[in-house]
Design a protein around this ligand. Structure first.
Ligand SMILES: Nc1ncnc2c1ncn2[C@@H]1O[C@H](COP(=O)(O)OP(=O)(O)O)[C@@H](O)[C@H]1O
Ligand SMILES: [Mg+2]
Length: 195
């Protein structure tokens, strides 16, 4: 039986971990959180002092992910992390869900996650400029990439849609949001895009 490897990516605070955990339980899957993996197995090169975060050793992590997928005894593996497409080889990847959230809502979520100042504005700019989506499209086959607008939706609803895509009953697309256009039409672009 071939294994399904499902990536859940998106800007920090967009809701990846909440969705991945429920998805994992519904699928009876094996769950990998890349942030936890990097820290628990010390797959790091050093610290980014300015951003108070760690710099992940992507080569060592790629080797580790290959081993996890190979040795996993479950049929489905859910991998949660904003840089998952950089460390999970494309040939192992079944599907990449790129979660998108309206920047006005995401800003509030980020405040709850204790993001402020430069870290908040940099991450909001990433969402506005489609950074995760572009990265996924640059390394994965387009057919594998599924962009989901999760704004204003609860975790249960979103997981239901993800399951629909995985079982083939729902189609998925890319190009479903236009945050630049939306913010501009609301007169909010300058306030939000300050980097
Ligand atoms: N669909 C949702 N609706 C409301 N709140 C959510 C939703 N998804 C996540 N959250 C909340 O937003 C915050 C960030 O979610 P999290 O899953 O940790 O994001 P990520 O893993 O992408 O950083 C958490 O406080 C979480 O409880
Ligand atoms: Mg998370």
């Amino acid at each position: 039986m071939s294994k399904r490897v499902v990536l859940v990516i998106g800007t920090p605070c967009v809701g990846k971990t909440s969705i991945s955990r429920l998805l994992t339980s519904k699928l009876g899957a094996f769950y990998v959180n890349l942030t936890d993996l990097a820290l628990s197995e010390n797959l790091v090169l050093g610290k980014d002092e300015e951003r108070t975060s760690v710099i992940v050793d992507e080569n060592r992590m790629r080797h580790r992910i290959r081993a996890i997928v190979k040795n996993c005894d479950k049929g489905d593996i859910v991998i949660d992390g904003h840089y998952a497409v950089r460390v999970v080889p494309d040939e192992l990847t079944t599907c990449v869900f790129v979660l998108r959230r309206d920047p006005v809502e995401l800003r509030k979520f980020m405040a709850h996650c204790n993001f402020y100042g430069r870290k908040l504005w940099e991450n909001l700019a990433s969402e506005i400029l489609d950074v995760c989506l572009c990265e996924a499209l640059s390394v994965c086959e387009k057919e594998k990439v599924c962009e989901l607008d999760v704004s204003g939706r609860n975790v249960e609803e979103i997981v239901c849609e993800v399951l629909g895509v995985l079982n083939g009953s729902k189609e998925c697309h890319v190009g479903v949001v236009d945050w630049l256009g939306k913010l501009e039409s609301e007169g909010l672009l300058e306030e939000f895009l300050r980097v």
